[in-house]
Write a protein that binds this ligand. Structure first.
Ligand code: S3P
Length: 430
């Protein structure tokens, strides 16, 4: 579907409670499936990516019931070794989180199984889970480092392993496999990837703990007793909130409040980055939901200036770069991002795709292997037709650009945003 979006006349004003966090929805669902007993998950994200996980788990014999109106999911856990052998391959759609986390769970369960996904997912790097899983003893058929992956049952062993790239998906995959290993496993990583898996599994009774700082990573012991079921309400998704933080920052006169958004420090890089640009964001009413810090975020329009981003901050805002690039284009002055080569391995090559789109929109952008430089003038020309390239966050970022562009912007494949933020068009009245 092609959506044409014109400049927005009014500010963004109001209060909104974003849908449940995508990473937490995936984890709560999968870990509940691996628990002993029935779990209740409130404010579960109902999007394309979580529907993929739901479908796969049903194929693995897990029973669940989703109240779509209330966003309440009930899951009957089957235990770490309780998956049934699925008929046919598990199709993870566009969801790398589904693919990588399920790979660890399937290896732990010790069932024969093939995992596959959309054309886009089959282009993404899977060697990063295959190599360490094989070192643990997993039997994964030759795959050239890409999906589909075929697992055969095999005993798993203790392993100490250093991830070459900071990745919560890889770390979580390995932690799940480690629950079924014959001894302790340690996985270190070069940066602070999101720690939701550690927090949630520990709350369910697993022995999973973070490495002592300044090291990043996790130590996991084999599961000694069944995981306790969950009864939780999830925080709102800061990665969805980020689009509205940017929209309100760049639309003059805006004053918008996002309620109960997850503010886990491994996810709040976007707040630090936008504030460094002069954004007016207040963090209010801090509390805890599902073992995660949450807060209300009040954002008011502000004059933004360029900034510089590198190192651990990149990891802490890894999903927010497409939205951030629109903020940088609307800012005055230069924004420089380095150490962000990982953006090329997301739902699309987000450096190349966003650089081409911004250039077409009239923004001065230079691409590097590991980042980009934007010379912001506060002006986006627009008047072009662009493709979302099957990337939900690209689709939404182009919509943000359209809201402030001088001429309308057509976005092909706009509906892909439903993967993670189906509410987006409604909230922005698109
Ligand atoms: C996620 C981890 C990140 C992120 C993705 C969700 C997760 O991926 O980009 O959207 O839920 O663990 P990587 O682990 O590949 O960095």
């Amino acid at each position: 579907m092609t959506k044409t979006i014109g400049r927005r006349v009014g500010p963004l004003v109001g209060v909104y409670r974003p849908e449940g966090d995508k990473s937490l929805s995936h984890r709560a669902l999968l870990f509940a499936a691996l628990a002993g007993g029935e779990s209740v998950i409130r404010r579960f994200l109902i999007g394309g990516v979580t529907r993929a996980m739901l479908r796969c788990l049903r194929q693995l014999g897990v029973e669940w019931a989703l109240d779509e109106g209330a966003h309440v999911l009930r899951v009957r856990g089957v235990g770490l070794h309780g998956f049934s052998v699925p008929v046919g391959a598990l199709d993870c759609g566009n969801s790398a989180t589904t693919f990588r986390l399920l790979a660890g769970a399937v290896a732990a369960a010790g069932i024969p199984c093939t995992l596959t996904g959309s054309e886009g997912l089959r282009r993404r790097p899977m060697g990063r889970i295959v190599e360490p899983l094989r070192l643990m003893g997993a039997d994964v058929a030759d795959c050239d480092g890409r999906a589909p992956l075929t697992f055969r049952p095999a005993p798993l062993h203790a392993l100490a392993y250093a991830l070459p790239v900071a990745s919560a998906q890889v770390k979580s995959c390995l932690v799940l496999a480690a629950l079924a290993a014959d001894g302790p496993c340690a996985f270190s990583e070069p940066g602070p990837s999101r720690d939701h898996t550690e927090r949630m599994l520990a709350a369910m009774g697993a022995s999973v703990r973070a490495l002592e700082p300044p090291a990043h990573g996790v130590v996991t012991l084999p599961l000694a007793a069944p995981l306790r079921p969950l009864d939780i309400e999830l925080p709102g998704d800061i990665s969805s909130a980020a689009f509205l933080l940017v929209a309100a920052s760049i639309l003059p006169g805006s004053d918008f409040t996002l309620r109960q958004v997850g503010v886990n420090p491994t996810r709040t890089g976007i707040l630090d980055a936008l504030r460094a640009m002069g954004a007016d964001i207040a963090v209010l009413n801090e509390t805890v939901l599902a073992g995660e810090p949450v807060a209300d975020l009040r954002v008011r329009a502000a004059a933004l200036t360029g900034t510089s981003i590198h190192g651990d901050l990149v990891v802490r805002m890894i999903d927010e770069f497409p939205a951030f690039m629109i903020a940088a284009a609307c800012a005055r002055g230069e924004t420089l991002v380095r150490d962000a080569a990982e953006l090329r391995a997301k739902e699309s090559d987000r450096i190349a795709i966003m650089a081409a789109a911004l250039a077409a929109l009239g923004v001065d952008i230079e691409e590097y292997p590991d980042g980009f430089r934007i010379r912001g003038t506060g002006r986006i020309a627009g008047g072009v037709s662009l493709d979302a390239h099957g990337d939900h966050r690209v689709a939404m970022s182009l919509a943000l650009a359209a809201l402030v562009a001088e001429r309308p912007v057509a976005i092909q494949g706009f509906e892909i945003l439903g993967e993670s933020f189906p509410d987006f068009p409604r909230v922005l009245a698109l």
